[in-house]
Design a protein around this ligand. Sequence first.
Ligand SMILES: NC(=O)c1ccc[n+]([C@@H]2O[C@H](COP(=O)([O-])OP(=O)(O)OC[C@H]3O[C@@H](n4cnc5c(N)ncnc54)[C@H](O)[C@@H]3O)[C@@H](O)[C@H]2O)c1
Length: 363
Amino acid sequence: MTEARGLRVGIVGCGYWGSKHVRVMQSLANVDEVVLIDGRADRIDSLRRGLPGARTFEDLPSALPAVDAVVLATPPTTHAPLALAAMAAGKHVLVEKPMATTSADGRRLVAAAGEAGVTLMVGHTFEHNAAVAKLRQLILQGDLGDLYNIDTARLNLGLYQSDVNVIFDLAPHDISIIINLLGQAPESVQAWAACHAHRRLEDMAYLRLFYPSLNLTANIHVSWLDPCKVRRVTVVGSKKMAVYDDLAADERIRVFDRGVTSPVDDEDLTQPPMAYRYGDITVPYLDFEEPLMVQDKHFVDCILTGGRPATHGDNGLAVVEVLEALQISLSEGRAVALDELRLGVGQDQSGPDERGVLIGSSR
Ligand SMILES: NC(=O)c1ccc[n+]([C@@H]2O[C@H](COP(=O)([O-])OP(=O)(O)OC[C@H]3O[C@@H](n4cnc5c(N)ncnc54)[C@H](O)[C@@H]3O)[C@@H](O)[C@H]2O)c1
């Protein structure tokens, strides 16, 4: 249903991230009304101070008649049931990351969107970020040469979540960035994680995404238990290396014209093992706009034009599959091929639907 008038968008979950969607949606030309939906009166009250006339609801079912589309910014385990309810009522859905907490639910969402003929988009904000687009361009143009390695770090003290571990909370960003940069999902993955301060949920993790066909491994370090805030993606190539530091507003991307070459005879122990090359560090210009603004505007445009979102539900499912494989790897202490999820290998008797993913407490 595409009306000539602007859209009425409901923000379900008006907490830390949902309140940012409220600000952004309210600023968009094709959004006529932003409706606030949250079971917590304090959250609604604080947002209402800036939006005095806003309609508010305690839950999604009561809000459905009042909206054309919803943004789901609630805890991850609520995403699938809320998205299914919204799509069953014919509403367009932008669901925050991770789109779902099991690949079975992820597939249900993609199928439901197709059946209902509505837009399903996932909030992989970094895929709407000019710095990631620039990194991808550098890779595709061959500026970095053959890719050796991608390394990401997303660390801070908190914010601890109560329904998913640090892998499901933070790694969706890195996984979506890596899939976007390489244009494909990994073949297999391996996870190591530990519960330190939290009793049940892993609060630090090292993850590996294997791409044998590209002769490349991507490494992800995520932590809620680190003294320093780090948001970094490093791409090492045979010609150059690039670092994307999301905290460096004026120079998010730096390209290092640096590298090493091995000697012709690497068995001659009288020679240095490698020759190092040091060149310029360049900072490419980025036409940077707030990624959440780009993302939410794209969602609204897709609804109005019937276009397919850049971060469609399929894209959300690809990330959820990697997360599920990582969680199985954590539970079973081995590398897990993504194909196993589709073939049902390594699943227990209840199958993927009932089994879900043990989001935390792997030990
Ligand atoms: N894309 C990004 O960069 C980004 C950044 C931060 C968080 N997020 C995602 O946003 C989502 C929310 O995270 P947050 O940090 O804002 O959490 P939060 O705890 O601050 O807010 C969640 C809100 O949802 C409400 N809520 C819970 N269940 C509800 C329901 N059934 N109906 C209505 N309201 C409900 C809670 O009362 C709370 O106000 C998560 O999925 C998180 O992963 C995305």
